[in-house]
Design a protein around this ligand. Structure first.
Ligand code: ADP
Ligand code: ASP
Ligand code: MG
Length: 484
């Protein structure tokens, strides 16, 4: 059995969903379980509708809901006809009626609680899973839609709910095993779950990857496939740096580090369940299903380059906390970290001096209440619009000179480095720069650290079928064990 997760762009419209059906068919002998995200941009649009309703603009909220209804209907009508379409119709209608009711309620309350946010956002994946399962069925793939809220069980920390794995595993096994036994393909939405008493929750933005991995671990899948809009995990974000190239094999440790430090292609929690059960995770391109993609597993051959990849995490704020006198009193760091902990604010990088501590955190989590709490015993200043850039790779372990190369490259790009962290993980050097400097820093680093990036340019973005017809020059040909 394998798990196949399709992200928002992979189910964005009718042609994309048609491709999904073909990809699933190509794996049907391996007993797939399909996990889908909401159609591209739908989660953002639902959130915007909720915010409009809470701000008192009920008309705007209902207009957004109407536009979403039309888009789903149009997509369904392009994919399905006759009884297949009329069977799906009531499911779409009843979800949109409930969505409209919820938006009307939010507008009346003029408040969007985190509990209602989860309820609102869950419609994206409820609708996409209805649609994809109807299309798979119409294409002759025996499948059954599964309501993820009945299987993925979490605590009640809405919008970033924590998984209750034992309960989830029991529910997934009870619900999915009978389907697999009769060779039906379960189709469920990612990202959403519910508390034990059935209140909808979500597991964090981009969380469908994590859902797929949870399902894989609960049912001991042979493989977890993450189907997305890029050729695989790459040496950096290809939308930031067109020279980025595909990484064919990467270790769990390196990939997890990249995901935590901004490589959006994988939700940061995705690899935890897979590592625990030692299940390989493949990242594949739904526009180029024959492409090699990336295989993430326990061990991978070392990169021939000094580092494996570069990640950038925007939306970072530096919180500077100084003691009230000219030095840091004993226990100060513990007290500061306790405040961040209380506000559920994860600290990515810490640097301390004799007089102050600087902490780099996700901007959304540096809430005014957190600052107020710190100000009870310290002087606080915040620097928003920062970013963390990380270079990651097993080669960093014990090899000298790489840090010097990294910082001379960044400095030659004219970029000022604000905080540095090396050593917390032996395979990562991270530093904080201004958000606007990210493209320059990443492109400079990429061309300095990946020496033959330029030479391979031009072959990278071609679909695999075309690429295969263009043999690599001798000096660039690599064994299958190395990066592509
Ligand atoms: P999906 O909708 O399929 O979940 P996402 O948008 O969440 O897709 O993730 C894919 C995006 O991740 C790519 O379009 C790319 O811009 C970004 N990305 C960031 N870092 C990397 C990387 N190292 N390799 C590949 N893609 C990356
Ligand atoms: N639809 C959700 C989001 O946009 C989950 C996902 O796409 O993984 O965050
Ligand atoms: Mg994603």
């Amino acid at each position: 059995m394998i798990v196949m997760k399709f992200g928002g762009t992979s189910v964005a419209d009718a042609p994309a969903i048609e491709r999904v059906a073909e990809i699933v068919r190509s794996r049907s002998a391996e007993d797939p379980i399909v996990v889908v995200s909401a159609l591209a941009r739908v989660t953002d649009q639902l959130l915007a509708a909720g915010q409009a309703a809470a701000a008192g603009d009920r008309d705007q909220a209902l207009e957004s809901s109407r536009a979403l209804r039309q888009r789903h209907h149009r997509t369904a009508s392009e994919l399905l006809s006759g009884h297949h379409f009329s069977r799906l119709q009531p499911a779409l209608e009843s979800n949109f009626d409930l969505l409209q009711e919820l938006l009307t309620r939010i507008a009346a309350l003029q408040e969007l609680s985190s509990r209602n946010t989860d309820c609102l956002l869950s419609f994206g994946e409820l609708l996409s899973s209805e649609m994809v399962s109807a299309v798979l069925a119409a294409r002759g793939l025996g499948c059954e839609r599964v309501d993820a809220r009945e299987c993925i069980i979490t605590d009640a920390s809405h919008t970033r709910a924590a998984l209750l794995f034992n309960e989830t595993r029991a529910r997934l096994q009870a619900r999915l095993r009978p389907l697999l036994e009769r060779r039906a393909i379960p189709v469920m939405g990612g990202f959403i779950g519910s508390t034990v008493d059935g209140t909808p929750t979500t597991i964090g933005r981009g969380g469908s990857d994590y859902s797929a991995s949870i399902v894989g671990a609960a049912l001991d899948a042979a493989r977890i496939e993450i189907w997305t809009d890029v050729p695989g995990m790459m040496t950096t974000d290809p939308n930031l740096c067109p020279e980025a190239r595909l990484i064919q094999e990467i270790s769990f440790e390196e990939a997890a580090e990249l995901a935590s430090f901004g490589a959006k292609v994988l939700h940061p929690a995705t690899l935890l369940p897979a590592i625990e059960k030692n299940i390989p995770v493949c990242v594949l391109n739904s526009r180029d299903p024959a492409g090699a993609g990336t295989c993430i597993r326990t061990h991978a051959p070392r990169s021939r380059d000094p580092v494996r990849a570069i990640a950038a995490k925007r939306h970072t704020t530096i919180v500077n906390v100084a003691g009230e006198r000219a030095w840091i009193p004993r226990g100060f760091l513990r007290e500061v970290l306790a405040v961040f902990d209380r506000h559920n604010c994860q600290v990515d990088i810490v640097a301390s001096s004799q007089v102050s501590i600087s902490l780099a955190v996700e901007s959304d989590s540096a809430a005014p209440e957190l600052v107020t709490d710190l100000e009870r015993f310290a002087q606080v200043s915040c620097e928003p619009r920062q970013a963390i850039v990380s270079v990651v790779g097993e080669n960093l372990r014990g090899r000298q000179g790489i840090a010097a190369r990294v910082f001379s490259s960044v400095s030659s790009a004219g970029v000022n480095v604000r905080m540095i962290s090396q050593g917390a993980s032996e395979i990562n050097i991270s530093f904080v720069i201004q958000e606007e400097d990210v493209p320059a820093a990443v492109r400079h680093l990429h061309s300095d650290l990946f020496a033959d990036a330029q030479a391979e340019d031009g072959r990278r973005w071609l679909p695999s079928a075309v690429r295969r017809r263009q043999p690599a020059p001798e000096h660039l040909a690599r064994s299958g064990a190395e990066e592509g």
